[in-house]
Design a protein around this ligand. Sequence first.
Ligand code: WTA
Length: 649
Amino acid sequence: MTHPSVYPVTPEALQRTWLDNDAYLAMYQQSVEDPDGFWREHGQRLQWMRPYTQVRDTSFTLGNVHAHWFADGVLNASVNCLDRHLPEHANQVAYFWEGDSPDVQRTMTYRQLYEEVCRLANGMRQLGVGKGDRVTIYLPMIPEAAVAMLACARIGAVHSVVFAGFSPDALGSRIEDCGSKLVITADQGLRGARTTPLKDNTDLALGHLGKANPVEHVIVVKHVGQNIDEHAGRDIWYHDLLASQPGDCEPEPMNAEDPLFILYTSGSTGKPKGVLHTTGGYMVWAAMTHQYVFDYHPGDVYWCSADVGWVTGHSYIVYGPLANAATSVMFEGIPTYPSIKRIAQIIDKYRVNILYTAPTAIRALMAHGTAAVDGMDLSSLKVLGSVGEPINPEAWNWYHEQVGKSRCPIVDTWWQTETGGILITPLPGATALKPGSATRPFFSVRPAIVDNEGKMLDGACEGNLVLLGSWPGQMRTLFGDHERFEQTYFSTYPGMYFTGDGARRDEDGYYWLTGRVDDVLNVSGHRLGTAEIESCLVAHEAIAEAAVVGYPHDIKGQGIYVFVAPRVGVEPSEELTKAVREWVRRDISAIATPDLIQWTPGLPKTRSGKIMRRILRKIAANEHDSLGDITTLADPSVVEHLIEHRLNA
Ligand code: WTA
């Protein structure tokens, strides 16, 4: 069956929308021609304790990169998410929480959420945590995760959420890097009926840090009910701490540029980077994009299936929806448990109107034909969203037809941890859709495409995606390392923010993201640095050298292909391969587990000793015919050996 290449805005979407195409175009134009006037107006969507008079002071010039938005304004993010909704929305549901098992659920109204946040905030203050202190949150997808984030925001503490799938070492290095005083965790996590020992992992992480451990207290949510090793004086149960606290708490007045959170993400080199976001601009961006991109209207039920451990969870499960007084579904489990129909069941159960999920989830369902949706009632859906990686047209069409029943626009949203919120995206009632394209920029976003020399390309073209100016939601720095921030994002193409992504622009000015052009992998929508995995591999006693590349994978988008050279005297075996796989899984996380491990006597290197990843990528992708020039290699025969022993997925 052939599919159209363009889907015009539907009459239903147009009828419902906040913005039609003319409105989008007019607002976009104003947002780039007069950003000060534009944001002076739209910053007012928040409640300020002291209104801003300054709007924008930004520079992308190397050596002086900064972004200050609403700089003299004072506000509190938790007040914007909670207090200001109480007069009208106290009894409205903020979260329908759906547990891992379909029989377990909870609802939390805005009043309940407010009170619980206040109790935890008071408890944290009692433990000596205050403005500017860092708090690591290592929680599963339970309401307490949102409560913990908001409680930090309430007292001005800076949260660093670490995905609950990360290993003790990954957790420990993130705790150490930002010097957290407090960790908030749970006894265990639960996903697809499998448990993760979060508290044990925390103990291990802090134990490994030894003298470098900055943590004074660990708050533990009793979730699964497992016994824990209690460290007297350090550990405290969440329910015990909250029991004696009042349900009101004075919010900390925060400057717009005071930090709200740090979120670690993988880059092309070195250890994960602590991306820092501040309060005012981030909140404006999260709220405004959530409203317009998903065309959220009061009364809608909205479900973002991401994890709060990633930026999507920060902006589109917590801050954006709550700032808009939305009703959200929060889901603890996985799309395939207890059956492939789980997503459809949840949509039906809560009459979900807006679903925001990832291509990898769609492809996992699609692998079962139409079983995931057969006989299910999905008639409540109005808007569908996609995020995390390019969505291939087959998956787009399946999502559109099988989930959206050809009625619902799909917003393919491109953005990054660094950008704070969505930057390139369709708007449901404004944008004609092309499957596979993230389409057009959101307000004030000025994308451009440059060639490898940094020359800006015009019209329809393909190259590297850069951004020409600031927007309120952008990251401000890397925690504790402004120099690395400038080098990472602003030195490749001076004066521009380099995204690390490749993109094509078509004749209609639509953007098509083509994937990372650096050494960052995107596995099931999760970012992983090849350098991180390599440094873990070479720490194994059997391994002399390692190179990691991505290869096309039907469900995950990219799979992890590992080339390893054994140390002298080591004989590779199936057992050893298994052990290496387990080693990576334990050291980083299950997400980083290699799919394919190929042993090789050597790696292709230039004469100066640089590993030629370009060649390894081609071999992994089975594109041997286009290896390009290999004559610069120190030993070209390595390549033949690699091709001959190439592994098949
Ligand atoms: C990729 C996730 C194509 C991209 C919000 C980016 C996408 C990286 C899309 C950021 C999309 C995200 N189309 N690619 N709609 N959304 N990406 O920091 O490579 O986890 O640079 O943020 O994901 O991943 P991150």
